[in-house]
Write a protein that binds this ligand. Structure first.
Ligand code: F0G
Length: 458
């Protein structure tokens, strides 16, 4: 059969609300032209994020009823620990309420002024948690990953030579760990090859520096390896994931992605001394080490989700359905990061709106217009999210790419929802000459994209 169907049937539904363009104009204005400020009820198709937005399975919901809510030593924790350990192979498994809590605990222990954390590309919260300690977050993406139009299999790979040179430059004592983000969310959801993970590990070994994975989308990454890397087509996704983690000395995980849950995360590692320090901080900030900011039922749902996410029928549908949206919109000429990522399609706003310069936020302009056009919510990943100001001149220093991410929640939307999204995007593209830039009129000093307010330029 040619059609790849959703590998589930729907047992419970949630209505979505339809609005008119006129209503959406008022809603967007009231939100300060920041889609994070729009009440979700006023969004028709929500592609803001794939994080915490998964539909859980009947088995996960039954796990919720079965959750053991004991403060210490809950049976749900042991199930969670066993499942995570089976995948990661790591000795110490520390639950946290979400990914950034794991990051905060890890970097509070290893970061600090004068330290550097290399990554293929830091996600925004990872960067913020590194920088919050006074350390510097350094992105060392390979060259091909920086070119949206080039089609390549593993555009999330780290530049291994640059990593080696960087460690030599700043001194290995100033690099407490190296991180690889799988898949590379900020760089287009692109996968990292096993070869690259192995090579990065070799460099880390040479300087005796631990390697950590930011493992939010490890299963999607493993499936890409199965599809694209030589020697992996006959291996199970679990085996591939196990190999990926075998090169890592630890990991941070937001279970809100590839554990198919609405809340949860963990920190895993092999270093006992570091694990003790992390657990001590966990007790202060998250909770006792056998629940770490989660309810027992959440731990059950994570454990079940981690098993389901490795199902190849699921991953086949997942990766194909993202590619399906990409194929529809690229056929209409819309420029995207090629090839499409695992969890999202990333529109290349620079090529979509060549007349809107970075300091007028072309990505933001597209995000606003697709909401107005069809009630679709995406997110800007460009100068709004990652732009910085020059300390002397106050001018915007834009990041290399201006993107709009359309993240696909897991198991939530059907093919006709996605067909509708494609129509909205194509209509917006046809009218692109009418789109204008935006200016920021209010912003916070960190992670400004969540709360800043805009004004449209005329
Ligand atoms: N690392 C990566 C690669 C992420 O994509 C995220 C979250 C985190 C860490 C932090 O995890 O949200 O559980 O605290 N990404 C979401 C997104 C928010 O929309 O891409 P968290």
């Amino acid at each position: 059969m040619k059609t790849i169907i959703e590998p589930f049937k729907i047992k419970s539904v949630e209505p979505i609300k339809f609005t008119t363009r006129g209503e959406r104009e008022d809603i967007l204005k009231k939100a300060g032209y920041n889609v994070f400020m729009i009440p979700a009820e006023d969004v028709l198709i929500d592609l803001l994020t794939d994080s915490g937005t998964s539909a859980m399975s009947a088995k996960q919901w039954s796990g919720i009823m079965d959750g053991d809510e004991s403060y210490a030593g809950s049976k749900s924790f042991y199930r969670f620990e066993k499942t995570v350990r089976n995948i990661t192979g790591h000795k110490f498994i520390i639950p946290t309420h979400q990914g950034r809590a794991a990051e905060k605990i890890l970097f509070s222990n290893v970061g600090g002024k004068g330290k550097y954390i290399p990554n293929n590309t830091h996600f925004d919260t990872t960067r913020a948690n590194v920088e919050f300690t006074g350390a510097e977050a350094v992105d060392l993406l390979n060259e091909v990953g920086k070119h949206p139009e080039i089609k390549a299999d593993f555009k999330g790979d780290m530049d291994v030579d640059a990593l080696d040179a960087f460690i030599q430059k700043v001194g290995k004592e100033n690099v407490p760990l190296v991180m690889i983000t799988v898949t590379n969310n900020s760089g287009g959801g692109q996968p990292v090859s096993m070869k690259n993970i192995r090579e990065v590990k070799e460099v880390c070994k040479k300087y005796d520096i631990p390697l950590f994975l930011d493992a939010c989308r490890f299963a999607e990454n493993a499936y890409f390896i199965k599809l694209r890397e030589e020697g992996y087509k006959d291996k199970s996704v679990l085996e591939i994931a196990q190999e990926m983690f075998s090169y890592a000395d630890g990991a941070t995980m937001s279970a809100k992605k590839d554990a198919l849950v609405n809340i949860g995360g963990f920190l895993s590692m092999n270093d006992e001394e570091l694990a003790t320090k992390c657990r001590n901080l966990l007790i202060v900030t998250e909770g006792f080490p056998t629940y770490g900011g989660l309810a027992g039922r959440d731990l059950e749902a994570v454990a079940q989700g981690l098993e389901e996410v490795l199902d190849e029928n699921y991953l086949h549908y997942r990766i194909r359905s993202t590619a399906y949206l990409a194929e529809k919109i690229t056929a209409a000429g819309i420029p995207i990061i090629e090839p499409p990522g695992g969890h999202a399609v990333y529109i290349d706003a620079k090529r979509f709106l060549p007349n809107v310069p970075p300091h007028e936020y072309p990505g933001q302009s597209i995000v606003c217009e697709i909401y107005l056009e069809g009630g679709v919510r995406g997110v800007e990943i460009g100068s709004v999210m990652f732009g910085k100001y020059d300390e002397k001149t106050g001018e915007l220093i834009p990041p290399p790419m201006e993107l709009v991410r359309l993240a696909i929640p897991r198991r939530v939307y059907t093919q006709s929802h996605i067909d509708y999204v494609a129509e909205v995007l194509i209509e917006t593209y046809k009218n692109r000459d009418k789109l204008r830039g935006y200016k920021i009129i209010e912003e916070a000093p960190m992670l400004r994209h969540f709360t800043c307010k805009f004004e449209p330029l005329t």
